[in-house]
Design a binder for this molecule. Structure first.
Ligand code: ACO
Length: 458
């Protein structure tokens, strides 16, 4: 292995925004001396990174040596792409979409404005926005066959499983979406995914409840229409509670993108095979389902319900610390090593929603969990802070969403981010089919000797 590895000009410790990164001196390089061979190498450094393919040039005389690799399970320190969509500074708790602070977008923007921004890089003009809203509004209907498809699920099917397979199923209705390098096809696929995801989500909800499906109402805004498809009964026009509408709009904005997280990475990896966007995005939905990712919001609530009372919190925290009680769900983040900026906004939002519907009965437990964890060395030394999922569940429950529906709400919010990441990957000339290497640690060649009765042997 290399004996010395030094950055010979300047190096930055953490990922920097493009403007700052561009200021790094050109000609920076990493000097590496390989003490297996005594040879020295100069590996270029740009944007605070070295290209892993440069390491391939570092070889021994062994003819089987295909060159040095970097080994990084779970991508702890590997940039898989260059992106101009979302910037996070995990130490400072900063999140920006296309340069705009999340706090300002959450306070002032609409979800569809943010969806446009994520994809196009700039905020829409009034004309662009009006056309975009119109297009999304008029593509909310799904093919009638979706009825039968959704009716095929059991009454207790998890709504994320229904969403995942339905999004993948859309590919069968729009075969021309496979023309991914045709901009018109990409546009319509993106509009369809933004428009139909709330419809499919709401149909899944109604299926589980045994209620008739409510068709989209084009007179309503994106969020109001979703709430109408969820909750409308016999009224001719559904009128959503404005606090719920705005709260959901803000939550969708907060979830809209988060750079190279597990699900965005899944969308990019699957999309890199040049499959259609419905199939690529369904991989994102699948990744989001997991309890370590978007599924954490559901798990937070189940954990709080299991704790049951404020007086049980210290015992629960001890069980987490000893490893017996599992993880403190809704805490910790791969990137944020201080308070997740989204969690701050969500906590404030929860107060506003609770003013309307009354304080959630389990808020006290959540606050006590947070208070104890933030003053306990186990959590502070590991920089474990509440993430976006810690308080969202309490808000969703106060709006009467069932616990297993929480991650579906996250998925609706994340859709514009997946689509922007997918398109950016597709148009990036440096990208190819995602195909990591491995370090093979299995058996060496051995002759086939079957253990089955009467089988032939070599
Ligand atoms: N509770 C208790 N301990 C934790 C937690 C937690 N929530 N999260 C991390 N740790 C501990 C680990 O046990 C480990 O301790 P050790 O060094 O003594 O072994 C240390 O902190 C580092 O943990 P890692 O698993 O290496 O951290 P990683 O960056 O891989 O994981 C993750 C990040 C998956 C989010 C993790 O913090 C976690 O499981 N959190 C709970 C699930 C959750 O809330 N997920 C939602 C994340 S936000 C999102 O995806 C939308």
């Amino acid at each position: 292995m290399p004996k010395t590895a030094t950055v010979n000009k300047s190096g930055r410790k953490s990922a920097a925004p493009p403007a700052a990164a561009a200021a790094a001196p050109s000609g920076s390089a990493l000097d590496i001396k390989d003490n297996r061979t005594g040879k020295s190498y100069s590996v270029p450094v740009a944007d605070c990174a070295t290209r892993a393919t440069e390491l391939k040039k570092i070889k021994t005389e062994n003819p089987d040596d295909s060159g040095l690799m970097s080994y990084d399970p779970a991508f702890l320190n590997t940039a898989s792409c260059k992106s101009s969509i979302t910037y996070i500074d995990g130490d400072k708790g900063i999140l920006r979409y296309r340069g705009y602070p999340i706090e300002q977008l959450a306070e002032n923007a609409t979800f569809l404005e943010v969806a446009w921004l994520l994809r196009h890089g700039e905020l829409p003009s009034q004309e662009e926005y009006d056309k975009f809203v119109h297009d999304v509004t008029f593509h909310t209907y799904v093919h009638e066959n979706f009825r039968k498809f959704l009716e095929g699920f059991r009454y207790d099917a998890h709504p994320m499983a229904m969403l995942n397979s339905s999004i993948a199923g859309l590919a069968s209705f729009y075969p021309s979406a496979r023309n991914i390098f045709d901009e018109t096809e990409r546009n319509i696929s993106i509009v369809r995914l933004l428009a139909k995801t709330p419809t499919i989500a709401a149909f899944s909800y109604r299926h589980v409840k045994g209620l008739p499906f409510v068709y989209p109402d084009n007179r309503l805004s994106y969020v109001e229409n979703f709430l109408s498809m969820i909750a409308r009964m016999s009224e001719s026009k559904y009128e959503a509670n404005p606090t719920f509408t705005r709260a959901l709009e803000i939550l969708f904005i907060l979830h809209a993108d988060h750079e190279q997280n597990c699900s965005a990475n899944a969308v990019r990896a699957v999309g890199s095979s040049h499959v259609d966007p419905f199939s690529a995005v369904s991989a994102g939905v699948a990744a989001l389902f997991g309890p370590l990712h978007g599924g954490a919001n559901e798990q937070v609530l189940r954990m709080i319900q299991e704790i049951g009372s404020v007086k049980n919190v210290p015992k629960f925290i001890e069980s987490v610390k000893s490893g017996e009680g599992g993880r403190l769900m809704g805490f910790g983040h791969r990137v944020y090593k201080s308070y997740d900026p989204r969690a701050k906004i969500v906590k404030k939002l929860a107060d506003e929603v609770f003013k309307v519907v009354g304080v959630d009965k389990d808020l006290e437990i959540a606050l006590e969990l947070e208070r104890i964890a933030l003053s306990d060395d186990y959590f502070t030394s590991r920089k474990l802070y509440p993430n976006v999922d810690f308080y969202t569940g309490l808000i969703y429950r106060s709006m009467a969403f069932p616990t297993d529906f929480f991650t579906v709400l996250f998925a609706i919010g994340r859709m514009p981010g997946w689509l922007a990441q997918w398109e950016e990957m597709l148009l990036d000339k440096e990208q190819k089919i995602a195909r990591p290497r491995q370090i093979y640690i299995g058996p060496k060649e051995r002759p086939y000797k079957s253990k089955l009765k009467g089988a032939k042997t070599q």
